[in-house]
Design a protein around this ligand. Structure first.
Ligand SMILES: C[S@@+](CC[C@H](N)C(=O)[O-])C[C@H]1O[C@@H](n2cnc3c(N)ncnc32)[C@H](O)[C@@H]1O
Length: 184
């Protein structure tokens, strides 16, 4: 088992890379995000009515767990006019996402909530459920028990027939960075 000290160190390393060196992060993951956006686009706009790709209702509400600064993912959904809730454990990140996404809001009735919270402590507002839950590059430093706990919670937060989208990287990609992904 990986120790909590190592996990703590991994979390610091990873959060620092994402938050302090966003350009490096974005460059490293450029192709990965292209693929993610292609898949998300196919969920919003299935190519034809016989498509096997699951799709979202026009008035869908999306929950983005670990939403980061809100681009490219949050902005994509907000610009499509969908309701959007983003949560993130970093206060400055949520503030950045708020500024970014408010600019892209399509109409005053569109729901846009950005919440500074640790995902394990988040509870959706009473009666709120989601058509799509996203966990994009979120779980690298999360202990397996916490990942399992989160997956179970997502099940309760989804509307019937709702979709869950997870994007991550292969453990092999991180083998040279000893703090990442081992045993996770
Ligand atoms: C690599 S970034 C990805 C951000 C966004 N999903 C994207 O793809 O652009 C991971 C984000 O998840 C957030 N995060 C990590 N662990 C979290 C947790 N336990 N609770 C809430 N947010 C978390 C980090 O603060 C960071 O903003």
């Amino acid at each position: 088992m990986i120790s909590s000290a190592i996990l703590g160190e991994a979390r610091t390393h990873y959060v620092t890379l994402f938050h302090n060196d966003t350009q490096l992060y974005k460059k490293g993951y450029e192709n990965n995000y292209k693929l993610i956006m292609k898949i998300l686009n196919s969920i919003i706009s299935p190519s034809d009515s016989t498509s096997q790709t699951p799709s979202l209702p026009a008035n869908a509400h999306v929950l983005d767990v670990g939403c980061g600064q809100g681009t490219p993912v949050g902005s994509f959904f907000v610009e499509k006019g969908l309701d959007f809730t983003g949560i993130d454990m970093m206060g400055s990140t949520i503030e950045g996402a708020k500024t970014e996404l408010e600019k892209r809001r399509q109409n005053p009735n569109q729901k846009l909530l950005l919440i500074h919270t640790e995902m394990l402590e988040f509870e959706p507002p009473p009666g709120e459920t989601y058509d799509l839950i996203l966990a994009i590059h979120l779980f690298y430093h999360t202990p397996v028990a916490e990942i399992k706990a989160m997956l179970l919670r997502f099940v309760h937060w989804l509307k019937p027939g709702g979709l869950f989208f997870i994007a991550s990287s292969l453990a092999e990609e991180f083998q040279d960075r000893k703090l990442w992904a081992e045993d996770v």
